[in-house]
Design a protein around this ligand. Structure first.
Ligand SMILES: Nc1ncnc2c1ncn2[C@@H]1O[C@H](COP(=O)(O)OP(=O)(O)OP(=O)(O)O)[C@@H](O)[C@H]1O
Length: 342
């Protein structure tokens, strides 16, 4: 074989070896990376979500930031409006003064005392509208809303949780103004305990350090937590959430207002007495009232179907529909208590 042919043959063998190595390494990286599939799915979800939210700015995100960005609330969910909330007028006024106003004037204000609080705690019994109110605040203030599921910050691989926690704050900063909402903050940032797993303890410490970092800048990133058990929240966290709002069980007047909001798109019979329903619904939360209304509308739909064969001519919701739904709901709740499930 001539020298030339030999050189070509060596070059071809080297090329083939390089190609095989390249594809082998690529294959190994792809299938040995435990988060490969998750990262690919996250990228797709984020692209879709950003389109929904109207986020068209080109921002570089690393793989951890992409996973966090899937927690942005978009589409239907982001729609909470003040008018979707019943019976909380005083609270809404307070939120407008203490949170929305500072957020909207932040860019023109020269005093650091005018900046919005970096931590907000919404506390009170379950189902009384904490999440609803948090979303409405984000919407009114024109903020991005990250509904942080704590499980998304915990990763079984060493060091990943810290990278995800760092990504949470960097994503929030890149898309500010942002509200990071953490439901049941007591279960994540609960009183630090000696038996906390080392990685969990490190993540909590890092969370607080990053949060403190934001507290001293002009970045508009707010951590908003909700809890039914404020006494279980780590005191260090409580101290960082200087703005606290109590959302209690609604009073009778508030229950009537909530019913009015929930039923605003229904046609009610003229003699409907929401005050009487509100009185009989003593002790129920906003979420309970929503279920009562759903049951009432459902039973009316069933009657319409039986009478007319279709829902095209929907019948008017009667007081009796609401009364029956309420007693059905209360009866079921009592059974839950009797069976020790509530
Ligand atoms: N004040 C209210 N006005 C209108 N609807 C309400 C109100 N409070 C609760 N609801 C209804 O109940 C649902 C559940 O409320 P939400 O999830 O905000 O309660 P929560 O206090 O965050 O509960 P949890 O502590 O269990 O997370 C809401 O989506 C809404 O439909």
């Amino acid at each position: 074989m001539s020298d030339r042919a030999e050189i070509i043959s060596i070059a071809m063998r080297l090329g083939a070896a390089a190609a095989i190595s390249f594809f082998t390494v690529r294959y190994l990286v792809k299938y040995l990376d435990p988060n490969y599939k998750l990262n690919e799915e996250s990228k797709k979800r984020v692209t879709e979500l950003f389109r929904e939210i109207g986020l068209d700015k080109e921002v570089e995100l690393n793989e951890h930031e992409v996973r966090i960005a899937t927690q942005f609330v978009g589409g239907q969910d982001v729609g909470a409006n003040w008018s979707d909330i019943g019976g909380c007028d005083e609270l809404i006024d307070e939120l407008k003064d203490r949170v929305i106003l500072p957020l909207t004037i932040a860019s023109e204000s020269t005093s650091s005392l005018l900046c919005p609080p970096k931590g907000i705690l919404l506390y009170g019994p379950p189902g009384c509208g904490k999440t609803l109110i948090a979303k409405a605040v984000a919407r009114a203030a024109g903020c991005r809303f990250i509904n942080m599921q704590v499980s998304n910050l915990t990763d079984k691989w060493y060091g990943e949780s810290q990278k995800l926690t760092a990504a949470l704050f960097s994503v929030a900063q890149k898309f500010q103004p942002t509200i990071i909402f953490i439901d049941e903050i007591d279960s994540f940032l609960r009183d630090r305990q000696s038996h906390d797993h080392e990685a969990t303890a490190m993540m909590k410490a890092q969370f607080m350090t990053l949060w403190d970092g934001f507290a001293t800048t002009n970045d508009q990133v707010i951590v908003m937590g909700a809890t039914n058990r404020p006494a279980d929240v780590d005191p260090a966290i409580l101290r960082r959430m200087a703005a606290r709002f109590f959302i209690p069980f609604p009073s009778q007047t508030q229950r009537r207002q909530i019913l009015k909001v929930i039923l605003r798109e229904e046609t009610l019979a003229e003699d409907t007495d929401l005050e009487a329903i509100a009185e009989a619904a003593n002790g129920l939360s906003g979420s309970d009232l929503k279920e009562v209304c759903r049951l009432a509308v459902l039973s009316r739909a069933k009657k319409t179907l039986a009478d007319c064969g279709s829902l095209r001519n929907r019948q008017i919701l009667q007081q009796s529909d609401l009364i029956n739904a309420l007693s059905q709901y209360i009866k079921a709740s009592r059974m839950l208590v009797e069976h020790g499930l509530d």
